[in-house]
Design a protein around this ligand. Structure first.
Ligand SMILES: NC(=O)c1ccc[n+]([C@@H]2O[C@H](COP(=O)([O-])OP(=O)(O)OC[C@H]3O[C@@H](n4cnc5c(N)ncnc54)[C@H](OP(=O)(O)O)[C@@H]3O)[C@@H](O)[C@H]2O)c1
Length: 172
């Protein structure tokens, strides 16, 4: 199994404010769609709630939603109550946030797909994990590009260093 985390971060690792993503970069939305299509995606209940109803479940993907609430359900969501159950046994599972779920999944991650967006987010209340260079090596270091939104963005991929400790996802 490969555990990949995918996120877009503004300056200072901001990823959200008031349970929304505080920018719109269509090129990143396409990138996200291309990388996640056909895979299991894992998200926290708050991120599920943040998706407009007409966009969920995300098509062509199994949408797994983590919640501690045993009574929670939502049309199109596959509910999981702990991370091992959520990650499942797929070849590649894509963890798509938010910050609580990235923090929990980081120790199991093999790959990170990070979009950097050159934007300051006042009042950000959700942040991406830190990428420690002793554990992660960049495999793609894209050039800055300009979005049709006017914001600059670039794509980075990281792979866990072979000698770095990566936890094996426990089985539930
Ligand atoms: N920029 C990006 O790439 C990106 C991507 C995704 C999300 N976001 C943003 O991130 C923010 C949301 O992040 P967040 O950290 O507030 O919420 P979150 O991680 O999306 O969801 C948190 C919820 O997940 C459940 N949960 C967390 N850990 C769990 C565990 N170990 N077992 C079972 N359930 C667990 C809990 O749900 P219950 O309360 O139901 O128990 C918890 O309240 C929003 O602003 C969103 O727009 C940004």
């Amino acid at each position: 199994m490969t555990v990949a985390l995918i996120w877009a971060q503004g300056n200072d690792r901001a990823i959200g404010r008031d349970n929304t993503i505080p920018w719109r970069v269509p090129e990143d939305a396409r990138h996200f769609r291309d990388l996640t299509r056909g895979h299991r995606v894992v998200m926290g209940r708050r991120t599920w709630d943040s998706l407009p109803e007409r966009f969920r479940p995300l098509p062509d993907r199994v949408n797994v939603v983590l919640t501690t609430d045993r009574t929670w359900s939502s049309p199109g969501a596959v509910v999981a109550h702990d991370l091992p159950e959520a990650l499942g046994g797929d070849e590649t599972v894509m963890v798509m946030g938010g910050s609580q779920i990235y923090d929990a999944a980081m120790t199991f991650a093999d790959v990170l797909h990070v979009t950097e967006i050159d934007v300051d987010v006042d009042g950000a209340d959700a942040h991406a994990p830190e990428i420690n260079p002793s554990r992660w090596v960049a495999t793609t270091h894209g050039e800055w590009q300009e979005s049709t939104s006017g914001l600059r963005y670039r794509f980075l991929d990281y792979r866990a260093r072979p000698d770095a400790p990566t936890a094996t996802p426990p089985t539930s």
